[in-house]
Write a protein that binds this ligand. Structure first.
Ligand SMILES: Nc1ncnc2c1ncn2[C@@H]1O[C@H](COP(=O)(O)OP(=O)(O)O)[C@@H](O)[C@H]1O
Ligand SMILES: [Mg+2]
Length: 192
């Protein structure tokens, strides 16, 4: 059977995720949060680059607050433009965020840029993932472009609901592989 195109998968998953009822989402977010903060890769990381959840994405606001209290250095992306891609800025609080591109919360002007070589762990957003490290994002390739420029080898862990994880999804040579995924059901670290 042919794999569905990225575009088809994005539409299907986004729709399905947007339809999650509030209580189920809360329960699954809680399960993912607990798996994350109890993981060795969280405990061993000093500086964490995380997406700031938007819409029906797995919640990261609770995680950001927790990690800041836990004295982790937290940095988040800011979209500069389609051509210039994303850059990463340190935040000290959720109050350092304001709505930016697409309405996603982004670091305010006063935040300091982080050198990508200082990052120890990356928490990745996305729509669909597979057990070989494949990832389908929203279709702008921002993370692929950012990660391609990174020289340091850093663990890239996706946060997603179980229905976003497949055996195989369509990818191409520009898609940077992720190292693992945390869902409401499991933590999987890929053997890649
Ligand atoms: N490292 C890169 N350099 C230049 N273009 C890239 C790079 N990575 C991805 N792209 C381009 O960005 C666009 C979106 O990538 P795609 O993988 O479809 O999106 P997403 O990763 O958000 O799902 C594609 O046209 C892809 O070829
Ligand atoms: Mg991609």
């Amino acid at each position: 059977m042919d794999l569905k195109t990225k575009k088809e998968v994005r539409k299907y998953i986004l729709h399905k995720r947007d339809l999650l009822d509030t209580n189920t989402k809360k329960e699954w977010d809680d399960q993912i949060f607990k798996k994350l903060v109890n993981s060795e890769f969280y405990k061993n990381a000093g500086t964490i680059f995380t997406f700031v959840s938007f819409g029906s994405e797995v919640d990261t606001h609770r995680f950001i607050n927790y990690a800041l209290k836990d004295e982790k250095i937290i940095c988040v992306p800011k979209i500069l433009s389609k051509e210039r891609g994303i850059e990463v800025f340190k935040i000290n609080s959720l109050k350092d965020l304001e709505p930016g591109h697409y309405g996603i919360l982004e670091p305010k002007e006063h935040c300091h840029k982080i050198n990508s070589e200082d990052i120890d762990l990356i928490l990745m957003p996305g729509l669909a993932f597979d057990r070989e490290g494949g990832r389908i994002g929203y279709g702008a390739g921002y993370y692929d472009k950012f990660l391609m420029k990174m020289r340091k080898k850093v663990k890239k862990i996706a946060l997603a609901y179980d229905f976003q994880l497949f055996c195989r999804v369509s990818t191409d040579e520009l898609d940077v592989k992720i190292d693992g995924i945390i869902t409401n059901k499991e933590i999987v670290i890929f053997d890649i």
